[in-house]
Unconditional design. Structure first.
Length: 317
């Protein structure tokens, strides 16, 4: 099979049939063998009923329906597990991603041997303050932190080799960092293609300003995971040891100072009157806690299970 198209959605009943017709037209014009997997992230409108109708009309249409809204990352996780195509393409269901871009992304994977190609919505139709400016800041921070040189990390239109999506773990809200996850997994040939961004035709955007706050927090998380996810003791153990050494040296200084005063017959104050006592006590406690955090992190890492983070209520084809 040439292509798997993964389409996560939430309450997009107005656009689904139009999107489906457009995709099928492109697939037939290129004579691709394909599957379309709609990933219903807990829609409360008629989205699932439309997906059932499409699946009855076309055996290439498949669907996964969550019991409630779990988030785009979880939807993609389920879709990645189900996808069978040699090339996997993700796109949004709101018609802002054009299916006409699919052949170009597909060819970059097949003929240029990219592991992943990310779309770049160079010209956007979003408001400047609501999306454009925060997106630029977010993408700049992501480039600096991850080392992946993409202009638009959050573009939903992306193409992957099948082997890539089978070897990355998408959780939380990490869908915007899939290129970073792919790089960390050893897939280094990551490209970018300018794609057309269309004005939203139906409904309203599901994302608010809070997604950018969450995005920056996730960026810190993925930086930490990429650096120390497999060896938390290297960070917490090192910091803990450093703090403990500072505390131990401070305690030694207090003891030496008291002995010195006693030996020379000098008057000395109580240990608790010395500010170094509290510095030593605090740093030794913090050092012990950090060391234990690293130790517990290592234990969790070695005993964790792979329990799914979502519940599927229905699945088609």
């Amino acid at each position: 099979m040439n292509l798997s198209l993964l389409i996560p959605l939430l309450n997009e009943d107005e656009s689904l049939r139009e999107l489906y017709t457009w995709i099928v037209s492109v697939m037939k014009s290129k004579n691709y063998s394909y599957e379309i997997i709609f990933l219903d992230d807990g829609s409360t409108d008629k989205s699932w009923a439309i997906i059932e109708e499409l699946a009855a009309e076309n055996p290439n249409v498949k669907g996964i329906r969550f019991m409630r809204n779990y988030g785009k990352s979880q939807a993609l996780h389920a879709g990645f597990a189900k996808a069978q195509g040699d090339v996997v393409i993700t796109m949004d269901a709101d018609l802002q991603d054009s299916p006409e871009e699919i052949p170009g992304l597909y060819e970059m994977i097949v003929t240029q041997n990219y592991d992943l190609v990310s779309g770049w919505k160079k010209k956007r139709y979003d408001s400047i303050m609501a999306k454009n400016l925060p997106s630029k800041l977010f993408n700049w921070a992501a480039r600096k932190t991850s080392g992946v040189q993409l202009n638009d990390f959050n573009c939903g239109l992306k193409a992957y080799k099948n082997v890539v999506i089978k070897n990355i773990e998408v959780s939380g809200e990490m869908h915007r960092y899939i290129p970073v996850l792919a790089k960390n997994a050893g897939f280094g040939k990551i490209g970018e293609q300018i794609v057309q961004h269309q004005a939203r035709k139906y409904g309203e955007t599901k994302f608010g300003m809070e997604r950018f706050i969450n995005g920056f927090l996730d960026l810190i998380t993925i930086w930490f995971i990429s650096k120390f996810g497999k060896r938390p003791m290297h960070l917490f153990g090192a910091l803990g040891s450093l703090m403990f050494i500072i505390g131990f040296v401070s305690a030694g200084y207090i003891g030496f100072s008291k002995l010195y005063h006693m030996y020379n017959g000098m008057r000395y104050s109580l240990v608790t009157d010395n500010p170094w006592f509290y510095i030593a006590l605090t740093t030794m406690i913090l050092g012990t806690q950090l060391f234990l955090a690293g130790f517990l992190g290592e234990i969790i890492l070695r005993t964790k299970n792979n329990e799914k983070r979502y519940k599927v209520s229905m699945e088609l084809n």
